[in-house]
Design a binder for this molecule. Structure first.
Ligand code: ADP
Ligand code: MG
Length: 140
């Protein structure tokens, strides 16, 4: 069983799509192994996206991610990391396949509804960045 970090971004929360997104994960065989609502501080958002700190969109991305609440989740299942990336679709919603979460719920390239870890290394880092061991199912 693999674990991955998922974030429902502020635009999808504003648009009332939390249930639609979680329901999709469950239908696709992923389990919600941890979940919490939070409002990220600037420091927490910057640390999360540290790999992008030299990119021109970094400041705007951090502003967006701190513009409203987010829902942080750990998804668990067979091949959860790649399965979640497939369900999400391409980063740019204009390039995302029909039926993917980003095609359905993104507002823009930046406000693209969901985050998902992209490798086992990033999943490990991202899950432990937001969750203590005793907050994740199977580790209570
Ligand atoms: P992904 O979230 O698909 O892994 P990246 O890691 O490349 O994509 O980028 C992180 C996030 O930064 C994206 O999900 C999106 O919100 C934002 N982003 C990426 N590229 C751009 C861009 N060119 N302009 C504005 N925002 C961007
Ligand atoms: Mg990424």
């Amino acid at each position: 069983m693999e674990k991955t970090l998922s974030i429902i971004k502020p635009n999808a929360i504003e648009d009332n799509n939390i249930g639609n997104i979680i329901s999709r994960f469950e239908k696709e065989g992923l389990r919600i192994a941890a979940a919490k609502f939070t409002h990220l501080s600037k420091e927490k958002a910057e640390g999360f996206y540290i790999e992008h700190k030299e990119r021109p969109f970094f400041g705007s991305l951090v502003s967006f991610m701190t513009s409203g609440p987010v829902m942080l989740m750990v998804l668990e299942g067979d091949n959860a990391i790649m399965k979640n990336r497939e369900i999400m679709g391409a980063t740019n919603p204009e390039e995302a396949a029909e039926g993917t979460l980003r095609k359905l719920y993104a507002k823009s390239l930046e406000a693209n509804a969901v985050h998902g870890s992209d490798s086992p290394q990033s999943a490990e880092r991202e899950v432990s960045y937001f969750f203590d061991t005793n907050e994740v199912l199977g580790r209570f």
